[in-house]
Design a protein. Structure first.
Length: 187
């Protein structure tokens, strides 16, 4: 069964999005969810700053290039992909707060973080909200390759495979997706 879903960041910038899709699979074939990121196009000086840090191996807390904040209303779409991967396996109901885990692609590391926030107003009322963010960091490696990737970022290179990289969720990642859905629904 083929399906494609678009997840737009809480900032509602359409250039800041996560795309997940499945392709038609045979009965014996492993199910895979393919994804890619399109990140906010920062101004040149912010790009230069993050690229310079990346070249010298300095990690930023919001990823080497940026992070995407998933919206609670996207939980249903994400759950469909988790259920698609979750054939003949069960998930446990462990308490997962705070939610911190990583998944990797060929060139990048994606850090997933769930952070609850409380805001206290002058009238004494308290508002709570949560952020589920995915931060993109590139793996250390060949300096020339890092320079090539940094140059592409500085020049604003975009492709249909994502601004930085594409990735895959395998069946073993179904539990991670279910945990993400659980935390998004708790918001």
């Amino acid at each position: 069964m083929e399906r494609t879903e678009l997840f737009i960041c809480q900032c509602f910038d359409v250039s800041h999005q996560l795309i997940l899709q499945t392709l038609e699979t045979e009965e014996n074939e492993e199910r895979i969810v393919y994804g890619n990121f399109h990140l906010v196009h920062l101004d040149f000086w912010d790009k230069l700053k993050s690229t310079t840090k990346y070249l010298f191996g300095i990690k930023r807390e919001d990823g080497d290039f940026d992070a995407i904040l998933l919206r609670p209303e996207d939980a249903g779409k994400l759950e469909w992909f988790a259920n698609y991967l979750n054939t003949n396996t069960s998930t446990d109901n462990k308490d997962t707060t705070p939610l911190l885990f990583t998944f990797c692609s060929k060139d990048n590391v994606y850090n997933v973080t769930f952070e609850p926030h409380k805001t206290k107003f002058y009238d004494g009322s308290i508002q709570t909200h949560s952020e589920l963010s995915i931060c993109v960091s590139m793996k250390p490696g060949n300096v020339f390759y890092r320079l090539y990737r940094a140059t592409k970022h500085l020049l604003g290179y975009c492709s249909c495979y994502g601004d930085i990289d594409s990735f895959e969720f395998k069946q073993a990642d179904a539990e991670k997706l279910h945990r993400m859905v659980k935390e998004m629904r708790a918001c």
